[in-house]
Design a protein around this ligand. Structure first.
Ligand code: NAD
Length: 357
C-alpha cells in the first residue's frame, strides 16, 4: 500500500466546497485501489490574509515542496479587491508558481459529448469532438517582466516588459512536444512574430526543438488568428503551445467552447514529477456558500495529479470515467444544466462520481 502526501490549499469563495469533494474522491479512489492519501491543509489568498495578515505565508513554498504534489481550489474575491497590488490574493498565485518553479501549465479543454448542447459553436465546426490541450508557459513573459510607472512624453505612463530567454522557451517547447507525442502528434505554436521580438525568438527556438520530434507536425500561428480559429473550427487543434499571456487568454476562450468553466482542470508542472493542480476557474464569489458550484474541474484536477505527479494512470482513468458516466446519466450542476431542467448540488455531484468509482 502506497501513501501519498498532498499539500492542499482550499483558498477562498467556492474553493473549500469544491476541494472537499475532490479530497473525498481521492480517498474513495485510494480505498478502491489500495493507496492512502494524507492531506496537509495550508492557507493562501484571502483566507490567509484574514488569518495571518498576508496572502502568501512564508512557509507556503517549503511546506508544498515537502509533499508529493499540491492541490489548489481558487483564491481571491471582492473582500480583498481593495488591497494594494502586491498584497492581493492573485499575487499569491504568481508567487507560488514562481516559488515552486511551475513553468509549464497544461490545460485540457475537452467537450464531453453529453454536454455538446452547451457548446456555443455550430456542431459542424467543432467536428466529431473537441479535445485539445493548451501548454502555456507560466513563469516568464510579461507577467513576470519589469512593471512600473514613470513620467513620459505625454505625462504619467505605465509599462510592463515582455521578456523570454531561449532556455525558458526550449524547456516549455519540450513539454509541449512530449505531450503531442502522447496524443495526435500535432502541435500549433502560437505567437505574434509579425510584431514582437520575443515571439520571433519563440518561433526560432520552437522550430529548433521540433528537429528532436520528427514525428510531430509543427505549425505556427499568430495569436489573433488562433483566437479566431478557436471559435471558427476548434476541432482542428490538438496541442497548442504558447506564452504566458497568450495562453491565459486562449485557455479561457477554449474553456467557454466546452460549455462551462466548472468542467476544466489544469496542471502546473516543474521539472520532474512535482506539480500543482487546480481548476481553471476562479473562486466564483457570486455562488460561494450556496452549495451549487460544480466540483468536476477540481475532481479532474485531482485526477491529473494522480496521472502526472503520482504515476497512477489507472486510478486517474477511473475518476475520468466516473465523471463521464455521471454526465452521461444526465446529472448536472446548475452551471451545465439545460435551461428548465433541474440541477443537483456540489455535494450530490461529488457523491454521484464517487458512487461510480
Ligand atoms: P470565476 O472563474 O471565479 O467566475 C466566472 C463565472 O463562472 C462566475 O459566474 C462563476 O459563478 C462561474 N463559475 C466559476 N467556477 C464555477 C464552478 N466551479 N461552478 C459553477 N460556476 C462556476 O472568475 P471571476 O468572477 O472573474 O473571478 C472571481 C475571483 O476569482 C476574482 O477574485 C479573481 O481574481 C479570482 N480568480 C482566481 C483564480 C485562481 O485562483 N486560480 C483564477 C481566476 C480568477
Amino acid at each position: 500500500m502506497s501513501d501519498y502526501r498532498i499539500a492542499v490549499i482550499p483558498g477562498d469563495g467556492i474553493g473549500p466546497e469544491i476541494m472537499d469533494e475532490a479530497l473525498r474522491t481521492l480517498e474513495k479512489a485510494g480505498s478502491v485501489f489500495g493507496h492512502s492519501f494524507s492531506f496537509t491543509k495550508l492557507l493562501m489568498g484571502g483566507a490567509a490574509y484574514d488569518a495571518v495578515g498576508t496572502c502568501f505565508p512564508e512557509q507556503t513554498v517549503p511546506v508544498c515542496r515537502s509533499h508529493d504534489a499540491v492541490l489548489l481550489g481558487a483564491v481571491g474575491g471582492p473582500k480583498w479587491d481593495a488591497l494594494p497590488g502586491p498584497e492581493r490574493p492573485e499575487k499569491a498565485l504568481l508567487k507560488i508558481r514562481e516559488g515552486l518553479g511551475l513553468y509549464a501549465n497544461l490545460r485540457p479543454a475537452i467537450m464531453h459529448k453529453a454536454l455538446a448542447g452547451a457548446c456555443p459553436i455550430k456542431p459542424e465546426n467543432v467536428g466529431d469532438s473537441m479535445d485539445l490541450l493548451i501548454v502555456r508557459e507560466l513563469t516568464g513573459g510579461i507577467y513576470f517582466g519589469e512593471h512600473g510607472w514613470r513620467d513620459g512624453k505625454f505625462g504619467p505612463e505605465a509599462y510592463d516588459v515582455e521578456r523570454y530567454s531561449e532556455t525558458e522557451i526550449r524547456r516549455i517547447a519540450h513539454v509541449a512536444f512530449k505531450a503531442a507525442m502522447a496524443r495526435k502528434k500535432s502541435l500549433v505554436s502560437v505567437d505574434k512574430a509579425n510584431v514582437l521580438e520575443t515571439s520571433r525568438l519563440w518561433r526560432r527556438v520552437v522550430s529548433e526543438v521540433s528537429a528532436e520530434y520528427p514525428e510531430v507536425s509543427l505549425s505556427h500561428m499568430y495569436v489573433d488568428n488562433a483566437a479566431m480559429q478557436l471559435v471558427y473550427r476548434p476541432g482542428q487543434f490538438d496541442v497548442i503551445l504558447t506564452s504566458n499571456m497568450f495562453g491565459d487568454i486562449l485557455s479561457d476562450e477554449a474553456s467557454m467552447i466546452t460549455g462551462s468553466l466548472g468542467m476544466l482542470p489544469s496542471a502546473s508542472l516543474s521539472d520532474g514529477s512535482f506539480g500543482l493542480y487546480e481548476p481553471s476557474h476562479g473562486s466564483a464569489p457570486d455562488i460561494a456558500g450556496k452549495g451549487i458550484a460544480n466540483p468536476i474541474a477540481t475532481i479532474l484536477s485531482a485526477s491529473m495529479m494522480l496521472r502526472y505527479s503520482l504515476s497512477l494512470a489507472k486510478e486517474a482513468d477511473a475518476i475520468d470515467y466516473a465523471v463521464e458516466s455521471v454526465l452521461n446519466s444526465g446529472m448536472r450542476t446548475a452551471d451545465i444544466a439545460e435551461p428548465g431542467t433541474s440541477a443537483i448540488s456540489t455535494a450530490a455531484m461529488g457523491e454521484a462520481i464517487r458512487a461510480r468509482l
